[in-house]
Design a binder for this molecule. Structure first.
Ligand SMILES: [Zn+2]
Ligand SMILES: [Zn+2]
Length: 155
């Protein structure tokens, strides 16, 4: 697949999804291309089946999703000390399946996980780190579950 260069909210996107911006915004009204493209280089190659599940869960949840992390190129994954087999990683030939969605309290966490289970999202890692208290270290990692279906919690 060839990349199509786009600019969304002043961010440069290297779009490998095969969708036009118009098609994307219609299919994913609550997930901006700019929100999940790689933070350093703008590469966007994400598993659309998984993204359909995330959008469905967002619709059921009914409140905004704030994405801490989505697609990562190899160098960005290294920079943020991501797992070397991280499902956040993408390239022109590899689709990411992982999204980190900010979630800072227990009520939202339960509602979000319920909406995700109802949308066939199969794998979560819930980070509830209290120190330092920051929204950045309280989030739910979701991916396609190639590492196994389940829920893990980190405190
Ligand atoms: Zn990058
Ligand atoms: Zn993650």
């Amino acid at each position: 697949m060839k990349a199509v260069l786009l600019v969304v909210n002043r961010k440069k996107i290297l779009n490998y999804t095969g969708l036009t911006l118009e098609e994307w915004n219609k299919r994913y009204p609550n997930i901006g291309m700019d929100e999940i493209a790689c933070k350093c280089c703008g590469i966007l190659n994400f598993d659309l089946e998984q993204l359909d599940r995330i959008q469905s869960s967002r619709t059921k949840y009914g409140k905004p999703y704030h994405f801490n992390s989505g697609c990562r190129c190899l160098s960005h994954n290294t920079e943020v000390k991501g797992n070397s087999k991280s499902e956040h990683m993408c390239s022109p030939n590899r689709k990411a399946t992982a999204l980190d969605i900010r979630c800072i309290n227990q009520k939202d966490r339960i509602e979000m996980v319920r909406a995700m289970l109802d949308s066939n999202v199969s794998h979560f890692v819930i980070y509830t780190t209290e120190e330092p208290v920051s929204p950045v270290n309280r989030f739910i990692h979701t991916d396609k579950g190639s590492a196994g279906i389940g829920i893990a919690v980190y405190r």
